[in-house]
Write a protein that binds this ligand. Structure first.
Ligand code: IDP
Ligand code: MG
Length: 140
């Protein structure tokens, strides 16, 4: 399998509860390398652009407001098959139905405060990485 990069975001609910270290441990224990990382505050306008694929859905406005509601940690993760494997480690969108060993089951509060975001395809990963990181911020 090829080495891939995926984009990850530790969402405001998890940062507020001081969980970035615990979540990073789960990520590293699962074999991912965190090759870039920063703590930022996303503006509402950025959140609307980042999630524009969900525009028009009933949860879109709340989702954008939530992501802009407090600091987040954005990351680039590297591993064989990173995109698919990270989706598995995150677990179902709804923490209630996520498997026990997943980040969302362990730390998610609800479907809208589910602690973590991860890219869902190669195209999305490339788009999301370049949305938040400049080339010279990616050391590897
Ligand atoms: P994903 O994060 O598992 O890829 P998406 O369908 O891409 O899930 O949705 C993006 C985010 O929007 C989810 O992580 C979740 O926080 C929120 N969301 C998705 N569906 C719902 C819903 O039905 N109600 C409330 N929030 C939702
Ligand atoms: Mg998604």
């Amino acid at each position: 399998m090829a080495i891939e990069r995926t984009f990850s975001m530790i969402k405001p609910d998890a940062i507020k509860r001081n969980l970035s270290g615990a979540i990073n441990s789960m990520i590293e224990n699962a074999g991912f390398r965190i090759i870039a990382q920063k703590r930022i505050r996303i503006t509402l306008e950025q959140a609307q652009k980042f999630y524009d694929i969900h525009k028009g859905k009933p949860f879109y406005d709340d989702l954008c407001m939530f992501i802009a509601s407090g600091p987040v940690v954005v990351q680039i993760l590297e591993k064989d098959n990173a995109i698919e494997d990270y989706r598995k480690l995150m677990g179902d969108t709804n923490p209630e139905t996520a498997q026990d060993w997943t980040i969302r089951k362990k730390y998610g509060i609800s479907i809208d405060q589910n602690s973590i975001h991860g890219s869902d395809s190669v195209e999305t990963a490339n788009r999301e990485i370049s949305f938040f990181f400049k080339d010279d911020e990616i050391i590897g």
